[in-house]
Write a protein that binds this ligand. Structure first.
Ligand code: PXG
Length: 461
């Protein structure tokens, strides 16, 4: 059924978009040839409508961010009232605004005691750029300016700016724009399904952690500034590390006095069933970049939480930290983030994720009987479905990403949004969904898998 949206002239809009909109992460030649953008118009809860009136289940919460779900007018009102009172003022030069101050206090209260200082930014990329500058300045002030090197993982995603893209471990991104620059190392990611071979997940977790230590020894511990990792790698294909991985990485960082950065841009604010991914995996980070779920994507805002022993050095040794953004602590964004956190707390959404996660995991796991599915895994409300050519050997299809792309298109055609990371279908639904919506979603996913199978069945081994 086509629902016209506010007299939308869709054809005209698509022509304009093709003519003038330079989209991120897009192959424009292929995109224009395929007809251009699917234009989204409105949304409610976990459901989003496109310009043709199609109602889709958004199992990705936008881009891993609309955690509380769409359509919460309270957030719009918070922005409206703040913009009426004070649409903008900066947080430089000894000033602040009410929402920026309140949000710093609120974030700190959600974290372990040692995280008292919150630095505001506008995105996850800026959060990680801030981490790089802050950590290097920390070591310089400690009299160890040679500690410059960041160790990250392959297939990590930490952002798209010149600095953050160095932290990321996406080979395709590194092929463009001359990254990674010197000072950034990438080690084996803890992806048992892809790299585990005959090892048990626990043994593989230790092997992946050992790669961190090997890298430290190769670079020289006195040159390493920090290790950065997403508790669960999101855009890398929802890589949930084996239980042995994080405790060992933690031990290694402590042993060599290396700062540990937990990138909570996706995992933070309840996604894994706790407020923070580092709680789920019992990690003790020194710095915590965050964004996305901080405002559920309603307005751009991010932050870096800094542990006392790091901020103390920056504060006590004195001198200005020459870093910040015009919109650091933007009052409207902070007001929206505060309202978002109020809703998560009042509606006990983190508990809700934790309580519903076993149901979601069980329903999703029912897809493992499908001929294309090699594994289904999830933690809280984030997970993945591995598409394989050979279930027994976990054998992949040729040309990674091709079959994932086919499946993603069948999902869309079948009114379901799931993202493909190569041949791994990933999901990260809004926290507001209930059992019935999970059932509907899993049925939609099975139909999309069936259609994908039709296309590739001759390739199965
Ligand atoms: N860290 C993590 C863990 C992320 O997932 C960023 C940092 C950067 O955040 P900003 O706000 O600068 O985009 C991210 C962002 C994808 C995809 O294709 C994922 C992200 C961004 C764009 C696309 O899955 N994650």
């Amino acid at each position: 059924m086509n629902i016209p949206y506010r007299n939308l002239n869709l054809d005209e809009l698509v022509v304009k978009d093709n003519a003038h909109h330079f989209h991120p992460f897009t192959d424009h030649k292929e995109f224009h040839a395929a007809g251009g953008a699917r234009i989204m118009t409105h949304a409610d809860g976990a459901w989003i409508w496109d310009g043709n009136g199609n109602k889709l289940f958004d199992a990705m919460s936008g881009l891993w961010c609309v955690n509380i779900g769409y359509g919460r007018k309270e957030l719009a009102k918070a922005a409206y009232h703040q913009m009426c009172d004070l649409p903008y003022y900066n947080t430089f030069f000894k000033t602040s605004t009410v929402p920026a101050t309140e949000l710093a206090d609120k974030i700190s209260s959600l974290m372990p005691e040692r995280f008292k200082q919150i630095f505001f930014v506008n995105s996850g990329s800026e959060a990680n750029d801030t981490v790089i500058r802050l950590v290097r300045q920390y070591w310089a002030l400690k009299g160890k300016p040679d500690r410059q090197v960041f160790i990250a993982r392959m297939r990590a995603y930490h952002g798209s700016t010149v600095a953050a893209s160095n932290l990321g471990g996406m080979a395709a991104m590194h092929g463009q724009g001359g990254t990674p620059l010197p000072g950034f190392e990438h080690v084996l990611e803890p992806d048992w399904f892809q790299h585990g071979g005959d090892l048990s997940p626990d043994d593989f977790g230790l092997k992946a952690a050992a790669a961190v230590e090997e890298c430290i020894l190769k670079v020289g511990a006195d040159k390493v500034a920090a290790f950065i990792g997403e508790p669960i790698q999101g855009a890398g294909g929802v890589i949930i590390p084996p239980d042995t991985y994080w405790p060992e990485v933690q031990r290694i960082c402590k042993r060599y006095d290396i700062l540990l950065v937990a990138d909570e841009v996706i995992c933070g604010f309840g996604r894994t069933g706790n407020w923070w991914g580092f709680e789920t995996f019992d990690i003790e980070p020194d710095l915590v970049p965050m964004a996305k779920g901080l405002s559920s994507g309603y307005l751009p805002v991010g932050a870096v939480a800094v542990a006392d022993h790091v901020s103390d050095v920056l504060f006590d040794k004195g001198g200005e930290f020459y870093h910040g953004y015009t919109y650091s602590g933007h009052p409207a964004s902070c007001a929206v983030a505060l309202e978002n956190i109020r809703i998560i707390q009042d509606e006990k959404m983190v508990e809700r994720v934790r309580q519903l996660a076993p149901y979601l995991a069980k329903k999703m796991s029912s897809l493992t009987d499908h001929p294309l599915v090699g594994e289904v895994r999830s933690q809280g409300f984030i997970g993945a479905i591995e598409l394989v050519r050979n279930k027994k050997t976990r054998g992949r299809f040729d040309d990674p990403g091709r079959v994932g792309g086919i499946c993603r298109d069948h999902c869309f055609a079948n009114r379901l949004i799931m993202r493909a990371c190569w041949d791994t279908m990933v999901f990260s639904p809004p926290f507001c969904i209930g059992k019935q919506e999970i059932d509907t979603w899993v049925n939609l996913a099975r139909t999309a898998l069936d259609h994908t199978l039709e296309d590739v069945k001759d390739e199965l081994a």
